[in-house]
Design a protein around this ligand. Structure first.
Ligand code: SAJ
Length: 417
């Protein structure tokens, strides 16, 4: 069985490694030459894939990392795991289109092409299939098979890895579903078939929109609770004692990452484009979550003002810049917007986050090596991301004012979101 994984990022590489483990001959294709050179050298840039796992795949002789589509010739299954970002707040499907056009000449009778990238319902059958058909001269669903299976990779999750996480599977028709499900049955513990690709595409968007909306709910609640003098964190903790009918979400400085700030907008974009209606929950959630960085800065300005200090010239240290704990991913992180606002107000900003690599470090922010250094000389400290490796107790007794956006620090000079 020859399997092609298009895109060797945080989604594609784990799929490729699992397919090698399952005995497939695997071609991992990516346009990024640097990535491919690293993979060929046995160096993994994906946190969840160790160099040892990658080296073992290379040593098996059944894994090839390449930028050349010629290497996919003769594939049986192709899985497309390319990014689907927003560009000017609109879905950007160009990576799917380019991948499909590059794959199409190698589509033979009997092959199966599966899309995993997060996208709006209809993409697989209305965008991907026609490109594959025109590039191969074959008929989708008849000569070759097409399906959709949403990615559920949660970077850093040590419990739910690719193999352990139930996999929703779909096909454009029953014969395609059978092929797609058969493929994943070899790779993961549980497959969850649905009747069509649109249902599978919507499943993924529902999963992440559910999170986005509920995070927005607690964020807006946090704003009101603070003004009402109520400890919303305690109420959320108490509510989560309910063993049914409640799922805990906590307020934060905003919603970052490559999923939540993006995926729900694919849904609201489609509803507006195809139905001319507004998906109000998504739009409201976007508005609330996008506003949280501004709210954090507003609270910080008040804290400084209460101490007869202006933001201009204030030395402000940020603790944790990544979008969530224990990752170095800073994409769409709230810290980026908060830094922009603070620098715009004339603050002198420093930051502590050993997870964020130098080449991703935001400009204009002095990097400090420790919490002690962050506190030293600071007029105020903001806790944005509580990485496990940051010793936060120092902040409780430092005497420096702290704005805690994660409710992880206590102390006389600490205010929480
Ligand atoms: N956040 C909050 N409050 C919360 C939860 C999250 O403010 O209660 C913030 C985080 O700080 C972060 C952002 O939202 O900035 C996104 O956090 P996330 O926990 O949703 O993490 P992601 O973006 O890595 O989401 C991924 C998703 N996985 C996939 O799309 C395959 C999501 O479906 C998972 O539920 C999530 O991981 C997870 O459970 O960790």
């Amino acid at each position: 069985m020859k399997t092609v994984i298009v895109g060797q990022g945080y989604v594609g590489l784990p799929v490729a490694m699992r397919a090698v483990e399952a005995g497939h001959v695997v071609v991992g294709i990516d346009l990024d030459v640097n990535r491919i050179e690293l993979l060929q050298a046995g160096t993994s840039y994906v946190d969840d894939i160790s160099d040892a796992t990658l080296t073992s795949a290379l040593d098996s002789g059944r894994y090839l990392a390449t930028t050349q589509y010629e290497d996919v010739d003769g594939f049986d299954f192709a899985v497309i795991t390319v990014p689907t970002p927003l560009r000017d707040s609109l879905p950007d499907l160009s990576f799917i289109e380019k991948s499909a056009a590059s794959l199409a000449p190698f589509v033979r009778p009997g092959v199966t092409v599966i899309l995993e990238s997060t996208t709006y319902p209809g993409t697989t059958e209305e965008l991907l299939s026609p490109i594959l058909e025109s590039g191969s001269g074959l008929r989708a669903g008849v000569d070759f098979y097409v399906g959709y299976s949403p990615e559920r990779i949660d970077p850093g999750n040590k419990v739910w890895g690719f193999k352990e996480t139930p996999k929703v599977v779909s096909g454009m028709n029953p014969v395609s579903l059978r092929s797609v499900q058969g493929f994943y049955d070899e790779l993961v513990d549980t497959t969850v078939p649905v009747s069509g690709t649109k249902e599978a595409e919507l499943t993924k968007l529902l999963e992440n929109t559910f999170r986005h909306v509920n995070i927005a709910l607690v964020n807006e609640l946090a704003i009101f609770a603070d003004q009402l003098g109520v400890n919303v964190w305690e109420s959320i903790e108490a509510a989560s004692s309910k063993p049914f009918g409640f799922m805990k979400f906590t307020p934060g400085p905003g919603v970052g990452g490559h999923c939540l700030p993006v995926d729900p907008s694919y849904l609201s974009w489609q509803v507006r484009k195809q139905l001319g209606m507004n998906f109000r929950f998504v739009e409201l959630a976007n508005d609330v979550n996008d506003h949280m960085p501004n709210y954090v800065v507003q609270r910080v300005m008040t804290m400084l003002n209460d101490r007869s200090k202006s933001v201009r010239g204030a030395r402000i240290s940020l603790v944790g810049l990544a979008y969530k704990p224990n990752t170095g991913d800073i994409r769409e992180a709230p810290s980026i917007r908060i830094i922009e606002l603070l620098l715009g107000l004339g603050a002198v900003v420093s930051g502590l986050d050993s997870h964020v690599e130098d080449h991703r470090w935001p400009s204009g922010v002095v990097r400090v090596p420790s919490v002690e250094a962050a506190v030293d000389e600071a007029d105020l400290v903001i806790v944005l991301t509580n990485h496990a490796d940051i010793e936060l107790n120092v902040l409780s007794t430092s005497g420096v004012p702290v704005f805690d956006a994660r409710n992880v620090v206590t102390g006389p000079e600490v205010e929480r979101l």
